[in-house]
Design a protein around this ligand. Structure first.
Ligand code: SF4
Length: 360
């Protein structure tokens, strides 16, 4: 099976106060050194597995010089056999223009993931984002004009002050644009971020309200032909993220760059979040798990997907799982058909505790 390749681009124009992803300030010079480090690690990678997805995530990959994205892609093409790839690049509005988008297209990038988050300017301001709703609209239209057909947008749920109406507006505005895929994440207060303060915590909506918003979003998105295929991901037919599906299906992926994670040759590992060391020398990988994906992990990740799990893959556990699922089915949280078992949208909201019970 082909692997996915993930490149972590750890630069942001401004740190968003809710975000705990690894990123640093950007300068052209540091970005050049960073790209050299990525190319060094790609060239030194000990194997040459065939890859069919490439994902530039961050951080803000669209912030760095586009020619660096091109250089990194060239080194990937040179090193790995590449088979009809999906090549995704994360883009933040305010960091691209038509010229940059055309260059990405020429380089082979064929999917954009745009950090829209909301189309309500007050909500964007509260999130500390540098763009407004109009910039998002223009970015999406310019991307479509540059030839991108596969555009995804991030949409945030549970923003302080967000109402059912403003959420609906965001969904309708994004779905009116040439957007094929929406990732909808619930805002959480992460440890050691500026959002971890009393003023913001007091403004956070309560869990019941957020659950209602989530179920409402699922319903509207489904009505607009964005089919839910994972807890937080919705796509028009044929536009599921092939790269991200690898994570949930326990397929292999190889990550490059500080803070990048990998699952390769049965080993899960990551690199330290340390850009300045990464630029100087190859980082030592940190092995987080050296056993192939076990049954519990495959159940845990598989139940994140709307397709659920195939019980034929777990013959020894099948009866136990089904006995545990009975109560959840009665409560409308799970559905079993033939040999398949999956969570309903209501079940997705309680996925952690349901999965813990199923694999106990
Ligand atoms: S732009 Fe994205 S990665 Fe960068 S700080 Fe904001 S949310 Fe985090």
């Amino acid at each position: 099976m082909s692997v996915g390749i993930y490149i972590h681009v750890p630069f942001c124009a401004k740190k968003c106060p809710y975000c705990d992803f690894y990123s640093c300030g950007y300068s052209r010079r540091i970005a050049e050194d960073y790209a050299d480090g990525i190319i060094r690690d790609i060239e030194n990678f000990p194997d040459k597995p065939t890859a069919d997805t490439i994902y530039f995530g961050g951080g803000t990959p669209s912030l760095i010089q586009s020619e660096l994205i091109g250089k990194i892609l060239q080194s990937i093409y040179k090193k790995f056999p590449i088979n009809s790839p999906e090549i995704t690049l994360e883009v933040n509005p305010c960091t691209v223009d038509k010229n940059k988008l055309l260059l990405y297209k020429q380089m082979g990038v064929n999917r954009l993931s745009i950090g829209a988050q909301s189309t309500n300017d007050d909500e964007l301001k509260l999130l500390g984002r540098i763009h407004d709703s109009e910039t998002t609209r223009k970015t999406i239209l310019t991307a479509a004009d540059a030839g991108f057909d596969n555009i995804s947008c991030d949409l945030m749920l549970g923003i302080p002050g967000q109402t059912v109406e403003s959420l609906e507006n965001s969904i309708y505005k994004l779905s009116d644009l040439p957007v094929r895929h929406i990732s909808s994440y619930i805002l959480k207060i992460e440890k050691d971020t500026p959002f971890e303060n009393e003023k913001i915590i007091k403004q956070m909506p309560d869990d019941d309200f957020v659950s209602d918003m989530y179920l409402h979003a699922v319903k509207i998105l489904n009505n607009l032909s964005f089919e839910q295929y994972e807890i937080s991901n919705f796509a028009q037919k044929g536009y599921d993220s092939r790269h991200n599906l690898k994570y949930w299906r326990c397929n292999e992926y190889v990550g490059f760059g500080p803070a990048a994670h990998s699952f390769y040759n049965g080993q899960r590992y990551c690199y330290p979040s340390d850009l300045s060391s990464f630029i100087k020398y190859p980082l030592e990988k940190i092995i987080t798990d050296s056993s192939p994906a076990d049954e519990n992990e495959r159940i845990m990740l598989g139940l994140r997907l709307s397709e659920g799990i195939d019980l034929k893959d777990f013959p020894d556990k099948k009866n136990y799982i089904l006995s545990k699922a009975v109560a959840f089915e009665k409560a409308g949280l799970m559905i079993s058909t033939a040999d398949k078992l999956r969570l309903t949208p209501e079940g997705f909201l309680l996925s952690n505790s349901i999965i813990a019970e199923i694999i106990a």
